[in-house]
Design a binder for this molecule. Sequence first.
Ligand code: URA
Length: 259
Amino acid sequence: MEVDGVTKRMRLDKMLANMGCGSRSEIKTVVRQGKVSVNGLIVKDSGLQIDPKADDVEFDGERVRFRDIVYLLMNKPQGVVSATEDTRERTVLDLLKPEDRLLQPFPVGRLDKDTVGLLLLTNDGQLAHELLSPRKHVDKTYEALVRGTVGEADRQAFAAGVTLDDGYVTMPAELAVVRTAPGGDEDPGPVSEISLTIREGKFHQVKRMFEAVGKKVLFLKRVAMGPLKLDEQLAPGSYRELTDEEVNALKTHRNSGKE
Ligand code: URA
């Protein structure tokens, strides 16, 4: 909406529709009823050109805050794919309320269908591009349950870099073992609870790193990306807007990212 620092003007009904106040025809009706004001004056023309950032718009008694960029923090559940559309599977966008889809946010990076946890959705293409850039090395922290006893040898292997199935050698990653539970009589063996921070985002990277040391990831959850932490108050499948502090932290982080 902003070109060289100048905010573009737009139709009042378009602005209200984009902010989720209703369809254009519904909005037209509400405007005709005298329930919409711009800078304190009731307007009757829903096609009025306004400055959406500077003008003070009230719709049916409520101030309508304009935004054209949206940042959503989701706790992705299992069973949905991190895509904008898919012919067969449910996507993370299907979990958004219709009004939150209006600004066309998309997931920043991918989590596997069975991976849960922190997923950022935004329509800020520049920020997304920079967070995903392989040159920026944004930290991503995962918690996982891994079949077997994860130990010091694995920690050292991940710190040095392991060779994935396609020959790629991973960048140094930090592995910490939280605990290892021994298998019971019926269990197929011990399971380790770990935390792993990686600085790149190859396809199925965490699972393939464990495969490289002969182990299988049973459960995977992303808990942080750069300065952004998973909000544990968010139930799986729910989401909220980023706070201003979180947006600022992400923007600062991308500028300080290592090239
Ligand atoms: N690594 C994986 O293996 N899967 C994910 O979803 C994310 C990182």
